[in-house]
Design a protein around this ligand. Structure first.
Ligand code: COA
Length: 266
């Protein structure tokens, strides 16, 4: 694994596995808490990966076996003024939004505790796969605050309003098995097999037509808050974009020739 950015302080590691990028939050001694430095490096990493068309799916995980991310760095937070806290929240929200609209799918491999901003990062991803030992929660009300990086909005959309209210209003932490029942995670894997499980899904996505995958992500996300007729119009617009692509012709040709397609993203 190579430090992605940041020179002497590799707070984020990026490991390329063919068309999949494995991004690791690398502050294991601080439960991968989201310090200003980590947030900045993550933002730079996602910006760089967005430009790299050879990356067709991203997996995000945390270093170590304890935490995906324990959320905002509460030690750093204590020393911040209100203005600084507000500015940091802006940075955090920019990061979450960049992950959410990342042009290819992003999968969170939740390897341990995912609390507060750590869970919000996972919620900004397209899919979540958890280790059977993982726990997650939006625990902010227990600290006298509320989720400030999209949690109140994204948990209600990913799971349900009821799940969001239960978890957010109590600040309760749930185990991976319950998160699966609530629809928050799509798969629970034995801790030692989590990375493989996430990379398997990412590799499956990476083998599909990249333009199609990107368009499908935009159609799903963009349609969430639209009336059905507008959502269907968005789907049609996304379909139209790829109708004239080489990849579509390649998909049809490969089917006729009984061979795997070779998509170029064109
Ligand atoms: N910010 C800054 N440091 C954090 C942190 C956070 N959010 N969460 C954990 N750490 C630090 C701990 O202080 C500890 O540092 P230390 O060794 O210098 O004391 C280190 O990370 C390891 O944490 P520790 O609690 O000893 O490990 P653990 O495996 O027993 O528990 C957690 C890990 C994540 C379950 C636990 O630390 C926790 O619950 N953290 C608080 C998470 C939280 O409430 N986040 C909400 C933010 S809104």
């Amino acid at each position: 694994m190579e430090p992605s950015v940041g020179g002497a302080a590799p707070l984020v590691l990026v490991d390329r596995r063919d068309a999949v990028a494995l991004v690791t939050l690398n502050r294991p001694d601080a439960a991968n808490a989201l310090s200003k430095g980590l947030v900045a490096q993550l933002a730079e990493t996602f910006a760089a990966l967005a430009e790299d068309k050879d990356v067709r799916a991203v997996v995000v995980t945390g270093a170590g076996d304890k935490a995906f991310s324990a959320g905002a760095d509460l030690k750093e937070r204590r020393a911040m003024t209100l203005d600084e806290t507000w500015a940091f929240l802006d940075e955090l929200n920019n990061l979450m939004n960049a992950v959410a609209v990342f042009p290819r799918p992003v999968i969170a491999a939740i390897n341990g505790a995912a609390f507060g901003g750590g869970f919000e990062l996972a919620l900004a991803c397209d899919l979540r796969i958890a280790a059977d030992t993982a726990q997650m929660g939006l625990t902010e009300v227990r600290l006298g605050i509320i989720p400030g990086a999209g949690g109140t909005q994204r948990l209600a959309r990913v799971a349900s309003v009821a799940a969001a209210k239960e978890l957010i209003l109590t600040g309760r932490r749930v185990q991976a098995a319950r998160a699966y029942l609530l629809g928050i995670v799509t798969e629970v894997a034995p801790a030692g097999a989590l990375a493989d499980a996430a990379l398997r899904v990412a590799t499956e996505i990476a083998a599909a037509g990249p333009l199609a995958v990107a368009a499908a992500k935009r159609a799903i996300d963009g349609g969430l808050d639209l009336p059905l007729a507008d959502g269907l119009a968005l789907e049609a617009a996304c379909y139209e974009e790829i109708l004239a692509s080489d990849d579509r012709n390649e998909g049809l040709a490969a089917f006729a020739e009984k061979r795997p397609p070779v998509f170029k993203g064109e």
